[in-house]
Design a protein around this ligand. Structure first.
Ligand SMILES: [Fe+2]
Ligand SMILES: [Fe+2]
Length: 243
């Protein structure tokens, strides 16, 4: 299982463009989020020589422009994938139906996407005091632990981790531990005190590998780097990491 960064604010090489937002390719088959700009996303997919024939699913974590802006362009180069949305997004993406194989609308229950890749199903959080619906991905690793992949984690990554692991554990029918946490953690405006609280939660749950992207913030990256050391990974557009 591996993850490749397709869209974020820094890139490995000048031919890979950058922007505010997030898009990840999971194991060559699933795209998680579509960044904020279709031209940038397509440029990076082409320059990374991604085999678009293998991509069978597109998952939108939540209905924010920096995660959905590239969707229409993305669908124009893929071969009718299944797309996974939360029921809380409403009917905003009905116009995509002619370009896709199937629309899977998730409720609070996890759904298997392919191989060992699942969506957590819908989790509610708030953004600027407005309720927001969001889903994350989890991957079952060969050692049976999971890697959790977040878009923005507006539900509060530290506050919701216990609930998420229970939900995944109930779905898989066994106790779950999380090995790896990757994605946008929405911590860029948080105080050092709060970041220490988040860090303590991550350590309490035994997370070994931490990969902060997008809206995680430079302060959080620094604090996680100091604690996780070799378990900290600073990925840029074009980077691939084995999960
Ligand atoms: Fe975001
Ligand atoms: Fe967001």
């Amino acid at each position: 299982m591996k993850v490749t960064v397709l869209f974020d604010e820094e890139s490995l090489t000048p031919d890979l463009k950058t922007g505010f937002g997030l898009s990840l390719l999971i194991n060559e088959t699933v795209i998680f989020d579509a960044g904020s700009d279709g031209d940038i996303l397509i440029n990076n997919i082409r320059n990374l020589k991604i085999d678009t024939e293998k991509i069978c699913a597109v998952v939108l974590s939540h209905d924010h422009w920096d995660h959905t802006g590239g969707l229409d362009s993305l669908l124009s180069i893929l071969k009718k994938p299944t797309i996974y949305l939360c029921q809380g997004f409403g009917h905003k993406y009905d116009h995509c139906k002619p370009k896709i194989k199937r629309l899977c609308v998730t409720n609070s229950t996890p759904v298997k996407i392919t191989d060992d890749i699942y969506t957590t199903g819908e989790i509610y959080g708030t953004y600027k005091n407005i309720p927001i619906s969001e889903q994350s991905l989890f991957i079952v690793r060969p050692d049976s632990t999971v890697a959790l992949i977040c878009g923005c984690a507006h539900y509060g990554i530290a506050e919701s981790l216990e609930l998420l692991l229970k939900k995944i554990g109930d779905y898989l029918g066994r106790h779950i531990s999380v090995n790896c946490l990757i994605g946008g953690f929405h911590l860029q405006h948080e105080s050092d005190t709060y970041l220490r609280y988040v860090l303590e939660k991550f350590l309490y749950f035994g997370i070994k590998k931490i990969v902060p992207l997008h809206c995680s913030g430079s302060n959080a990256k620094r604090i996680f780097h100091d604690t996780f050391s070799v378990g900290f990974h600073d990925l840029k557009v074009g980077s691939t990491l084995e999960l």
